[in-house]
Design a protein around this ligand. Sequence first.
Ligand SMILES: Cc1cc2nc3c(=O)[nH]c(=O)nc-3n(C[C@H](O)[C@H](O)[C@H](O)COP(=O)(O)O)c2cc1C
Length: 411
Amino acid sequence: MCAQRLKVTVGVSGGIAAYKSVELVRLLQDAGYDPHVVMTRAAEEFVRPLTFAAITGHKVITSLWSEDAGVGSEADESGIEHINEAQTTQALIVAPATAHVLAKFAHGLADDFLSTMYLATTAPVIMAPAMNVTMWDHPATRANVETLRARGVTFIEPGSGYLACGMVGGGRLADNTAILATLQSVLASANISTNDLTGETVIVTAGGTREAIDPVRFIGNRSSGRMGFALAEAAQRRGARVILIAAPTTIAPPAGCEVICVTSAAEMQAAALQRLNEATIVVMAAAVSDYTVKNATQKLKRDGARTLELEPTADILREISTRRNPGTLVIGFAAETEDILANGRAKLERKGVDAIVVNDVSSPHLGFDSKNNAGTILTKDHEVAIPPTTKAAMAERILDEIKRLRTLPTS
Ligand SMILES: Cc1cc2nc3c(=O)[nH]c(=O)nc-3n(C[C@H](O)[C@H](O)[C@H](O)COP(=O)(O)O)c2cc1C
């Protein structure tokens, strides 16, 4: 399957942090986007356009009046390049955004390519300011930010720390990973997608199974279902048909997916195997109990100490992996608290799956029951670290990696 990459434009303005945009462009590429770069005149004092051109494989736009802009230029049938760039991009990210660029955007000045393009685009605009702390705190800059925010521009606030000017304070360009995560969530809320999973049928398992102790009590786990639901939602938005097999969760499933509700590990196993034939991708994000309770038939009475007899549940991931159709990709999750990567690699081998997403669930702020997550996607040939981010952004990264696996020759 040929994945069509989303075009995003990175506007680089003339701040000392311009060199960090080189890494940002690389990161965007790794995340599956097709970045194009527009530079202000001042930005060229800090980084050469050639650097961006070499990385992106596209001409870097530096002027409204450059020789190859205008009539007959490569990407422009209408003959007006800033309009073409403004209309064909899916998002404009300005990083770093100088105080000057903020002022120009806020006042609608259009004296170079970037500021003219800003006025001409209807795509979402994201700005990551970076400047000296006094410039950042200046009422003029603050007012410009508020004006732009009120017009729908998304800001990624600069961080605090040591600044290039020697001062310490706010004004430091946000991390590139935060810029990427913001782009992903802005595109997701604008319903902009690549449709690169069109033609795929994805089974996603989500939630935490419950094993009956007796007719009213159960053994459960802390899974909220958020990670699986984020995957189902993102896969659907990217064009896939989604079958969501949901164990009990604390939130509502995304609209538009076919939802099969199950409770126990045995029900999840039955549902997954029953629909496996339809799947081209299976992502098993549910937290499935490893044990079930033997003889859970009668309600237990309080009459002294008791011992529950547990028996292992079926290994659904292994079974799905063994029984899948040729070409179907299977991705598992591993929640680990120690030796995270080593345990993840062992699980990848043991289960015979295409990828394992390992989460460190020892942190109280990530993973189970949280809106955020972090982890590492392990495949036979690759390792993608996902720093703490939203589950929506993590879902996009996992699907990007699934897309990459699709392009590899089958072994
Ligand atoms: C060495 C140096 C570093 C600069 N760093 C920044 C910066 O980090 N942020 C900023 O807003 N302006 C910075 N400036 C000032 C801008 O380059 C200047 O305002 C310029 O007009 C910005 O043009 P542009 O916004 O069109 O790129 C710096 C200037 C110099 C000479």
